[in-house]
Every structure is written in C-alpha cells, then in structure tokens.
Design a protein around this ligand. Sequence first.
Ligand SMILES: *[C@@H]1O[C@H](CO)[C@@H](O)[C@H](O)[C@H]1NC(C)=O
Ligand SMILES: *[C@@H]1O[C@H](CO)[C@@H](O)[C@H](O)[C@H]1NC(C)=O
Ligand SMILES: *[C@@H]1O[C@H](CO)[C@@H](O)[C@H](O)[C@H]1NC(C)=O
Ligand SMILES: *[C@@H]1O[C@H](CO)[C@@H](O)[C@H](O)[C@H]1NC(C)=O
Ligand SMILES: *[C@@H]1O[C@H](CO)[C@@H](O)[C@H](O)[C@H]1NC(C)=O
Ligand SMILES: *[C@@H]1O[C@H](CO)[C@@H](O)[C@H](O)[C@H]1NC(C)=O
Ligand SMILES: [Fe+2]
Length: 473
Amino acid sequence: MVVLGSSSSCCSVAIVGAVLVLVLVLNGADLCNGGKTSTFVRKVEKTVDMPPDSDVFRVPPGYNAPQQVHITQGDHVGKGVIVSWVTPDEPGSSEVLYWSENSEHKQKAKGKVNRYKFYNYTSGYIHHCTINNLMYNTKYYYEVGAGHTVRQFWFITPPEVGPDVPYTFGLIGDLGQSFDSNRTLTHYENNPQKGQTVLFVGDLSYADNYPNHDNVRWDTWGRFVERSVAYQPWIWTAGNHEIDFAPEIGENQPFKPFKNRYHVPYRASNSTAPFWYSIKRASAYIIVLSSYSAYGKYTPQYKWLEQELPKVNRTETPWLIVLMHSPWYNSYNYHYMEGETMRVMYEQWFVTYKVDVVFAGHVHAYERSERVSNIAYNIVNGLCVPVDDQSAPVYITIGDGGNLEGLATNMTEPQPKYSAYREASFGHAIFDIKNRTHAYYNWHRNQDGYAVEADSMWFFNRIWHPVDDSTSV
Ligand SMILES: *[C@@H]1O[C@H](CO)[C@@H](O)[C@H](O)[C@H]1NC(C)=O
Ligand SMILES: *[C@@H]1O[C@H](CO)[C@@H](O)[C@H](O)[C@H]1NC(C)=O
Ligand SMILES: *[C@@H]1O[C@H](CO)[C@@H](O)[C@H](O)[C@H]1NC(C)=O
Ligand SMILES: *[C@@H]1O[C@H](CO)[C@@H](O)[C@H](O)[C@H]1NC(C)=O
Ligand SMILES: *[C@@H]1O[C@H](CO)[C@@H](O)[C@H](O)[C@H]1NC(C)=O
Ligand SMILES: *[C@@H]1O[C@H](CO)[C@@H](O)[C@H](O)[C@H]1NC(C)=O
Ligand SMILES: [Fe+2]
C-alpha cells in the first residue's frame, strides 16, 4: 500500500507541525494555494494487458462476421454518422442498412473497403460508411455484414444544435487494453449519469508497445471497445501511440494504422488532415487538435485553427471544448512540459476566444487546473508565470484510462498554484451540459462505486455566465 502524495507537500510553510499536517490530511481541506493532491489510498497492482483469449476479445461467430464495429460523428452538425467495421474472411458488403425506431423502411448507405499492410501484418477488410441526413434526436437501428453474417446495432442522434440543449459527454483517455482498461470502460458504462458520446483524448490500443507494433493488438482493441463505441460515437483525438512510425521495420508513414481504421469528418470543417478538425454537437463546439502534427506558424494546422476559432458562434454553441493529447498544464514528472511548445503557439487564442475547457491525456493520471494563463511573456520581460485568468480555460488531464504502461505517480512538489486537484488513479470523467450557463463536471476513480464522484466542479460558461467558478477556497 502506498499513500499517494500528501497534502503537506503543497504548503511550503516549514513551521507547520506534524500534528497540524495530519489534521489537514484528515480534513481533506486545503489551506494552501497549490490546490489538492489527493490522499486517496489505492492498492498498487501491476497493470497488465488482458490475454488474447480474453472474453472481451472474442471474435463474433459466423462466416465473415463484422467485428470491431465503431461509430463517430460523420458531419459538422450531428446529422451524419460514420460506421466502421472489419470483415476477416473476404471483403463482403460495405453497405449499411439503417432505419429509425418508428419506421419499417430500411435505407441503405454505401461505404468503401480497404486494407493496409504493416511490416508482416495484413489487416482485415476495413469498411467505412457515412450515413448522412439523419433526423436529430432519433434512435436508429443499423446492420452491417449484408450477404453473410449480419449484425445489428443502434445509436441515438444528438438533438439539433442549439444553445440550451442539454448533452452529456464522457471523457476517456489513454485507454489501452489491460484489465484496468476494462474496469474504466465498465465504470463509464455503468455510470448513472449516462454519457451519450465519448470525447476520447488519444492513445487507443497501445499496439506499438508490442514487437513490430503487432497490429493484431489494434484488432483486439477494436473488439474490446465495440460494446460501447458501436452504440455511441467516440470522438477521436490522435495520441503519440497512434504515430506508429517504425523506420527500423520499414514503416515510415506516420499514423498508418490509425488513419486506416478510424475515420473522422475532418473535411466537414475544412480541415486538410484527419488529425485536427471540429464538430458541433448539441450545445457544444468541439475542436480536436493534434499534438503530433506541425502546429507552428504557417503550418496547415495553425492556419486552420486561426480561421476556425472566429467561426465559433457562442450564441449557437455556447460551450467551446478543445481536445488534444499532450497537456499544456501538467504537474506530474511524466511528459513534463511536452505540451509547452504548442501552448506557446496557441494559448493566447484560447484566452481571446474564451475556450471553456481543454481536455488532454498522455499523462497516466488525473489533474484539473484553475483558470490560468501564461501569455504575458515576450522573451525580455520575464513575465513567465501562470496567473489567474477568468478568460482562460480549465485544463483537465484525463489520461487515466488504464493502459499497460501503468500509473504516473510521481508529481512535482510543491503542487503548483495552478493545479486545483491531482490524483494518480485510473478513471473517467463526465461533462454534463445543463444549459448555456451551467455544466456539471465530475471525475470517477475505478476503485469507487459507479456513482461516486472523486472530483467535481460546476462549470460556468465563459460567455454566458463568466463568473468565477474556481473550486478553491
Ligand atoms: C511477423 O514477424 C515476427 C518476427 O519477426 C513473427 O514472430 C510473427 O509471427 C510474424 N507474423 C506474421 C503474421 O507473419
Ligand atoms: C471485462 O469487463 C466485463 C464487465 O463489464 C466483464 O464481463 C468481463 O469478464 C471483463 N473481462 C476481463 C478480461 O476482465
Ligand atoms: C468550408 O468552406 C466552405 C467554402 O469556403 C464554406 O462554404 C463552409 O461554410 C466551410 N465550412 C465550415 C464548417 O467552416
Ligand atoms: C449565431 O447564431 C445565432 C443563433 O443560431 C444566429 O441567429 C446568428 O445569426 C449567428 N451569428 C452569426 C454571426 O452567424
Ligand atoms: C520523481 O521524479 C523526479 C524528477 O524527475 C526524480 O528526481 C525522482 O527521483 C522521482 N522519484 C521517484 C520516487 O521516482
Ligand atoms: C441552468 O442550469 C442550472 C443548473 O442546473 C440552473 O441552476 C439554472 O437555473 C439553469 N438556467 C436556466 C436559465 O434555466
Ligand atoms: Fe500518450
């Protein structure tokens, strides 16, 4: 057993006696500026991958049965869905049959099939089919595998884009396929708040941790998460484990498996690459950025984001959410400052356009920041510290999905002022938009019951209710 962190660490006041420290720990109270380092005590177990013959990796029965079924938003406004799946034996049909709950009439959408090779691995037949012009707020059934083994699933389209539509997003990052990953997914599924769409902040399968980036582990991951992502969209962000750059085995094209397997509607937001794009969903405008594509001045991502931010109409979509993989504000001793160069490029824009919240992963732990910015520095003035800024987003690191690399437990001490809460446990979070002014956010650790909240915060919208929503005393 290990006590994770200690709340004494954030106070540099040396005169605080041991007894007082103990009182502080027991109160869970926090009288120092550095926010809270959780004292939650967790059993430390090695994080191990589920073996290939695990129940969650089972191949569905039947000749050429579609597997690894997953959906994501297929257009800019939520009336489209991309359905993807893999057939193992032969290409089969790339058609999706779909019908709304109240209709008998089955409609057809035509997709495409492709395969890719990676070193000595050849993928199955990967199908992607975009369904367009769906009705909002409607349950649809869909079928894949026409001609051979047919499998049926369903999804519910989001309500029409508008300022006061409630909507509930789940947040998962750095998931992998360990026993802990399965716990995280199970907790998300059983959370009574019922997430309607997952915002996934990158690092999916961790296949690249296997010899020759064994792409069979991309297939097992696809089968593992099907039980959620075949029924609700996951919005994809590319992480470093999606790069799969392996010149030592002749694989020089970054993101090859990810790009072949996970399609996103990037063209709908006039992006030129699937690693950065945007969608509107209900009352949220979601911008996905790539920590592993060029983001300096004049680059495609920079130019796109520069034009994108002014387009966000907060009367239509009050909530502006950004997803990226590598966090800008991270006080763990893992991946420390890796997000710094991107922060330098874009942070001013996030403050100018009043981004509500930024979700990142990469660090295998949990952390939530205060609203801070660090944009005053200009090389000569020395103004290089994060300061309170009510126009700045809250930064949340949610890279605690539970992959085989294990937890990040080593934190910088003392806890920096900008860090509101940090804890080295696996889990997931929920961002529950109530209306244009209020959203309820909470984080769940896997050790607790499904309904238990370990950290929470009421978000006040930066445009419609720009009141201080800090949780610190
Ligand atoms: C790929 O190569 C590795 C070793 O180089 C071997 O262990 C594995 O069985 C091969 N896989 C296939 C599908 O040929
Ligand atoms: C994964 O979790 C599900 C419950 O959600 C359980 O049925 C299954 O047995 C678990 N599999 C493994 C390998 O842990
Ligand atoms: C994409 O560009 C086209 C042409 O300039 C424009 O009509 C459309 O509104 C743009 N779409 C988005 C989502 O910005
Ligand atoms: C912003 O959205 C609102 C509500 O949909 C609309 O009335 C308004 O015209 C939009 N503003 C701009 C500049 O497009
Ligand atoms: C934690 O990280 C710091 C900085 O990298 C390092 O000096 C220290 O040895 C680490 N502590 C442990 C217990 O690993
Ligand atoms: C928005 O939601 C919050 C929290 O549920 C509630 O207190 C507030 O009254 C709502 N605002 C409006 C205008 O309904
Ligand atoms: Fe990562």
